[in-house]
Design a protein around this ligand. Structure first.
Ligand code: AMP
Ligand code: MG
Length: 333
């Protein structure tokens, strides 16, 4: 095809796209402890958006740790229940990911994160003794799944804070596709997931927040991908000793991670995978995260350190636009 015919074909396709009654619709909602916005393009976008909202609220009702009617709340309070598909999927995925990462990812840390007050906002530094007593309750190998029933030992508790939003993004995108939407951008509290490209055929330009200023420190163009960030700055408290304790935990010590990482952004096709990875790579720290990436070539990663160094994986070379100065810029190869 010569260049002119090719361009005409693109223009024609673009024209078709906007001329077949396709419209834009946007909505925002508060769910899962965060603010979400969703923009969709397609036929009957309002109907698709309403269904998506319902889906998000339904997943929240199943996996919330605070809603007394949720599967997770009831499991965490010793009830025997028949779990929903959402809860079962997340439990299985969380358990597999925990096994695969030797417990760096651990969906059973709730007893420990609660003791630090991260589940209620009543922050405190627990004693070493208290942490030692709680650690056995975070043994994910004791989670048992039998059909639709999930069995936890007394005192154990699940928490899908590290994967729930990524899972929700994937489910929302499946639903949007099934409703004829071909282009959408979901911002689930800073977790970005894109369906297709923009209606003009170009990729979405996604800003990556600076841990220091809150403004975009970099940007990246994507289509059909999730861009998911774990940041120590997203939730932390400053103790009387002046130390900042963040909401991302090292399950081996029962203490917040303190490894010089400020933020990790993962770019992958699946939101669930990207969300699990963002938390896991944060806990692993720079060296182990780089080694993990080398073993698994199915994602890209951006790491900001507390010293304002930037590290990014080779696949992002030429795709990542830097919007601020860094102490150093390094490519992980
Ligand atoms: P994210 O923002 O995706 O990194 O998720 C952080 C949330 O995951 C925390 O607020 C906790 O609820 C939970 N969490 C903290 N540490 C871990 C860990 N090592 N493995 C799994 N979940 C964790
Ligand atoms: Mg995560």
């Amino acid at each position: 095809m010569n260049k002119c015919v090719f361009l005409s074909a693109i223009v024609f396709a673009a024209f078709l796209f906007v001329s077949c009654g396709e419209q834009k619709a946007t909505t925002s909602l508060n769910a899962m402890d965060t603010f979400m916005t969703i923009q969709v393009y397609g036929k009957k976008p309002d109907i698709a958006l309403e269904k998506t909202k319902k889906l998000i609220y339904q997943i929240e009702r199943n996996i919330s740790t605070t809603n007394e009617a949720s599967d997770v709340y009831r499991l965490n309070h010793g009830e025997k229940i028949s779990a929903s598909g959402d809860t079962l999927t997340l439990t299985k995925y969380g358990l597999d990911f925990a096994k695969q990462t030797n417990g760096v990812f651990n969906p059973a840390l709730y007893p420990v994160t609660s003791a630090w007050g991260f589940t209620t906002g009543a922050y405190k530094v627990p004693s070493e003794n208290q942490i030692d007593e709680l650690l056995p309750l975070t043994d994910y190998s004791k989670i048992q799944i039998d059909g639709t029933s999930i069995n936890l030992e007394h005192g154990m508790a699940l928490d899908f804070g590290a994967i729930g939003k990524g899972y929700t993004g994937d489910e929302a995108i499946k639903l949007l596709k099934a409703n004829g939407i071909r282009s959408a951008l979901l911002d689930l509290g800073g977790n970005i997931q894109a369906l297709g490209k923009k209606t003009d055929g170009t990729e979405w330009n996604i800003g990556i927040k600076s841990p220091w200023t809150g403004k975009a420190a970099a940007s990246i163009k994507i289509a059909d991908k999730a861009v998911i960030t774990s940041g120590g700055y997203e939730r932390f408290f400053t103790a009387d000793d002046g130390h900042n304790y963040i909401h991302i935990f090292d399950g081996k010590t029962g203490r917040p991670v303190d490894n010089g990482i400020a933020g990790v952004t993962i770019i992958a096709e699946s939101g669930l995978y990207a969300d699990a990875l963002s938390t896991t790579m944060f806990v692993m720290g720079l060296k182990d995260a780089a080694a993990y990436w080398k073993e698994h070539s199915d994602f890209e990663m951006i790491i900001f350190t507390e010293n304002q160094d930037l590290y990014y994986t080779e696949g992002l070379d030429g795709k990542l636009q830097l919007l601020t100065d860094f102490a150093s810029v390094n490519v992980i190869r």
